[in-house]
Design a protein around this ligand. Structure first.
Ligand code: ASP
Ligand code: MG
Length: 476
């Protein structure tokens, strides 16, 4: 087990932070500012914005064959041009020539792969991983070169030599001890020499060297694995928002930035706005007590949101109010079976068969209500449920979820919540076992009003140690 390295900061930049030459240069100055502070950055980058989707589309088009084959090569040609154009704005001389050579070589390989997929009419998960890996392989090489061009001591690392996984293609599971060993052997000595390692997120390889990926959005996971493996002092996830907000600023213009949130709270919110990051992916960091910061690369002065294992004390019961629309409530009235033994299992088996995830459940003596994302399988699901019970369903519902560690022990909190939304028709109420989440269902059309009323009620006098109150004063 390696020793802690508090001076190491793992900095992860998402697709929008490397989407073009301007963004990459902005990224370079953010990394340089950390190095100037005496920190040792280790950089993880996503593919340029949208590239992952386009590579997946390429593979799918090649597989579909016939006319779509041309589509595959068109997409690949456009991607080649985009990378070449970006590179030409980032580097010069020999460095640029080297970059051009790598980009052309990689796209030649990609085109060969696409020919192979089309010729065989076969697209295995393994080949799909190989195709999609080019996004991060190329972005990381380009970012490392751009940093060097700015005089930074960057060095490119192929993430596939460090992030070792099993062979579950499409969503491979990391082998943490192998990763830690590789980081200690390959990355740590470079950091000690004052170098800034730059690697792609998302991509990995098996111990035998076959390319794998960690699943969509997997670059955050890479950052957490690298931070955890190096026992870094912090992980910074650079995105294009000012961290986590008390609620959606489009609904409430006076939404506040949350300065600090616990891992559990962030996890409750993930379901509503995976936009920021999916907490499961930062678990390797949280387990080692490494704070994860969510920061805005377009506004690097902003302090963002710090996610920690142990919550900071907060005078307000709630940290965030989230809403999710396009939900359906299904009411299952078991008059015939009166919730007989095995009834719930039979009900849930129907959802399971249709691979339909249930969000919320509430029960009475004779009925259960469940909520699901509105989807095409609903009529079929309800038809099957009707063999067990009386069933009705209603769409255009929304879930309001209030999250906060300090709900625990706040007597009378439910009464305050429901007083704030007394003019709104409330359908199902639930407080999860974690006790840090209070949720209820309303009609979709009432979301704006409910969120505003709740926000006014609970964030009128926010705790300044947890919420960015100054920003509100400035914009008011
Ligand atoms: N580029 C990958 C994706 O779009 C991984 C990531 O960006 O996190 O899913
Ligand atoms: Mg992401």
């Amino acid at each position: 087990m390696s020793t802690p390295h508090p001076h190491i900061v793992v900095m992860k930049f998402g697709g929008t932070s490397v989407e073009d030459a301007t963004a990459i240069q902005r990224t370079a100055s953010i990394v340089a500012s950390r190095a100037q502070k005496g920190l040792s950055p280790v950089v993880v980058v996503s593919a340029m914005a949208k590239v992952t989707d386009q590579l997946l589309a390429c593979a799918a088009a090649a597989f579909a064959g016939r006319g779509d084959r041309d589509v595959a090569f068109e997409i690949s040609a456009r991607l080649r041009t985009r990378h070449i154009d970006t590179a030409s704005q980032l580097a010069s001389g020999d460095r640029l020539d080297a970059l051009f050579a790598i980009i052309h070589r990689d796209f030649d390989v990609l085109d060969e792969l696409l020919h192979g997929i089309a010729a065989l009419g076969e697209l295995t998960p393994r080949t799909n991983d190989l195709v999609v890996s080019f996004g991060e392989r190329l972005s990381s090489v380009m970012v490392a070169a751009a940093f060097a061009e700015q005089g930074m001591a960057s060095i490119h690392i192929d993430a596939r030599t460090v992030i070792i996984t099993n062979d579950h293609h499409g969503k491979a599971a990391p082998i943490e001890h192998a990763i830690e060993a590789a980081l200690t052997e390959l990355v740590l000595p470079l950091v000690d020499e004052g170098k800034i390692p730059v690697m792609g997120g998302f991509i990995a390889s098996t111990p035998e060297g076959t390319t794998t990926t960690l699943g969509r959005g997997g670059s955050d996971y890479t950052a957490a694995l690298v931070g955890g493996g190096l026992h870094a002092g912090a992980i910074e996830v650079w995105t294009d928002v000012n961290g986590i907000m008390t609620t959606d600023p489009r609904i409430c213009p006076d939404a506040l930035r949350v300065k600090t949130i616990s891992f559990e709270e962030a996890a409750e919110l993930a379901y509503f706005g995976a936009k920021v990051l999916h907490p499961a992916t930062i678990l390797p960091a949280v387990q080692k007590n490494i704070p994860v910061w969510v920061l805005n690369s377009r506004n690097p002065q902003n302090e963002g949101t710090k996610i920690t294992a142990v919550p900071a004390p907060c005078a307000s019961p709630f940290k965030c109010i989230a809403a999710k629309k396009r939900l359906t409530i299904i009411d299952i009235v078991a008059s015939r079976m009166l919730l007989a033994h095995g009834f719930l299992k039979a009900v849930f088996d129907v959802f399971d068969k249709h691979q339909c995830a249930i969000d919320m459940v509430s029960t009475s003596e004779v009925s259960i209500s469940v909520t699901v994302d509105s989807n095409e399988a609903l009529p079929a699901i309800c038809a099957e449920l009707r063999q067990l019970a009386d069933v009705s369903y209603e769409g255009a519902k929304a879930l309001i979820c209030m999250v906060g560690e300090d709900i625990r022990g706040h007597a009378g909190i439910a009464a305050q919540v429901f007083t704030a939304v007394q003019h709104v028709n409330i359908r199902m109420i639930s407080q999860g076992a974690s006790e840090i989440n209070m949720s209820f269902m309303i009609d979709e059309q009432d979301v704006e009003e409910a969120v505003r009323s709740l926000h006014t009620k609970f964030f009128a006098a926010p705790d300044e140690t947890v919420f960015d109150v100054e920003a509100r004063v400035v914009t008011a």
